[in-house]
Design a protein around this ligand. Structure first.
Ligand SMILES: Nc1ncnc2c1ncn2[C@@H]1O[C@H](COP(=O)(O)OP(=O)(O)O)[C@@H](O)[C@H]1O
Ligand SMILES: [Mg+2]
Length: 354
């Protein structure tokens, strides 16, 4: 009966039950009194007890039924896991203030929901900004390529003086586009968590020398020496994803060449820090002004936009580096002074076998 009662329905039913049981009890006592000759006083007491008991249990039965129905729905919504029947009865213990308890639980639930919503909003905002940044970054080289090609088509192609230069410039901008897209790919892989680190033990010094070899040509163009610091003769075995760390070293050494002084030098040092190895890449180049230093790891952030672009940078190199180091649960930092140079340092877990 009463499939989905309102409080009014319940009150009506309870009143009906109480009246009914009162009448029955009354008639029963009247009967007993005439049969056994109960005195009035005793009859009244028995009647009161009987009616009170009937009223109490009827009320509690319906309240429980009603509140339980409603509360069960709320519990179902806020608790993802299924409650056992024991837990359910505990949750609606009628001797405590269940409404207060419910309110508390709903408030906690709402807070948790709000946190998730905030996280989601921040993520959405991040994505919006990211897409905005990307289109902005892509526009510049595309615009340049368009300009060079149209100028060539409009007649410059026949002009021996400029045709090669314009084509070379268009090609350079295409290379920039390529770098940006590749870096974007790396960033999105890192941010989606799709990068599975393949942790292995390797010699960080050997890897650094490999990176030096790859970048030798670029360093020669600016007459920058790539060297290991004194005391780095000993190699260090670290535990990390070798290919990701190659990317880290490549980006950092490449930056030291791009933003280094001509005829300068880049020095890499390794320091034993008990459970970690600190790797430092130091140049004696441009340096980074203080107000920019906290931002160099932000994506698309450049201290000097024109210099970075001219050298083919995407502004993503250091954010990739930071992502990789953080994926290893390690840290990276930078010290720098304008005109003196910059030192980027990151840690890696030292191999136990070493
Ligand atoms: N070794 C360095 N010396 C001076 N400035 C640097 C150095 N490395 C990075 N920077 C600054 O930080 C910015 C961000 O670096 P990065 O993310 O690698 O982007 P990109 O090299 O593509 O410009 C650079 O544009 C540059 O201004
Ligand atoms: Mg870079």
């Amino acid at each position: 009966m009463l499939k989905n009662p309102t409080p009014q329905h319940i009150a009506q039913v309870v009143a009906l039950y109480i009246t009914g049981s009162a009448v029955i009890v009354w008639l029963g006592i009247e009967w007993l009194r005439t049969m056994v000759l109960f005195p009035w006083g005793v009859a009244t007491i028995v009647m009161c007890i009987a009616i009170f008991t009937a009223a109490y249990f009827t009320t509690i039965y319906y309240l429980r039924k009603y509140i339980y129905r409603k509360i069960k729905l709320i519990y179902k919504t806020i608790h993802k896991h299924k409650l056992t029947s024991q837990e359910k009865t505990k949750q609606i213990d009628v001797t405590v203030n269940i409404i207060d308890e419910m309110e508390k639980q709903v408030a906690e639930w709402a807070e948790k929901q709000q946190e998730e919503l905030d996280k989601y909003k921040a993520w959405a905002e991040y994505r919006r900004n990211f897409v905005g940044d990307i289109s902005h970054e892509l526009k510049t080289p595309i615009f340049n390529i368009q300009g060079y090609l149209h100028t060539l088509l409009d007649g410059a192609l026949e002009d021996e003086q400029v045709n090669r230069t314009f084509l070379t410039k268009a090609a350079k901008n295409l290379e920039r586009l390529h770098t940006i897209v590749e870096d974007l790919e790396a960033i999105s892989r890192l941010e989606s968590g799709a990068l599975m680190l393949e942790i292995q033990t390797f010699d960080i010094r050997e890897l650094t020398e490999e990176v030096f070899e790859d970048l030798e040509f670029k360093a020669e163009q600016r007459n920058i020496r790539l060297e290991l610091k004194d005391g780095a003769a000993q190699g260090f075995k670290v535990q990390a994803d070798r290919e990701s760390i190659r990317q880290v070293l490549t980006n950092l050494v490449h930056n030291s060449i791009k933003y280094g002084k001509e005829n300068g030098r880049t020095r890499v040092g390794f320091y034993d820090m008990d459970s970690n190895i600190l790797i430092e890449i130091a140049d004696n180049g441009l340096g980074i002004p203080k107000k920019h230093i906290n931002h160099v790891f932000d994506r698309f952030y450049r201290v000097d936009k024109s210099r970075s672009r001219e050298r083919g940078g995407s502004g993503l190199g250091l954010s990739i580096v930071k992502h990789i180091i953080e994926a290893h649960k390690q840290t990276i930092n930078v010290r720098s002074a304008p005109q003196l140079g910059s030192t980027f340092g990151f840690t890696l877990k030292k191999s136990k076998g070493d």
